[in-house]
Design a binder for this molecule. Sequence first.
Ligand SMILES: [Zn+2]
Length: 94
Amino acid sequence: MLDCHAVTRELWDYLEGEIEHERAESIRGHLALCELCMPYVQFHRAYLDVAAASPARSPEAVGQLRSRVLAALADIGGRMVDGDPSDGGEPSDG
Ligand SMILES: [Zn+2]
């Protein structure tokens, strides 16, 4: 059984279909039951819609938008996940 943290970490790949089928099924099962993860799914789907509809789908533009979305998600996650707020382990793109 996945927890919310694992689901939100893999949600991006899940929605883009870049994930193993069994893994996707596990995430789908969690999302069907979990109210906490619902905002994440809606947020990601909204982003993907915008990205798909955008006339300028350059990798740079999408990358910038993605960064903004991830930042917003991190803000949501800070309220939802009970953890230390100043633990950023991801390297910046370069
Ligand atoms: Zn959840």
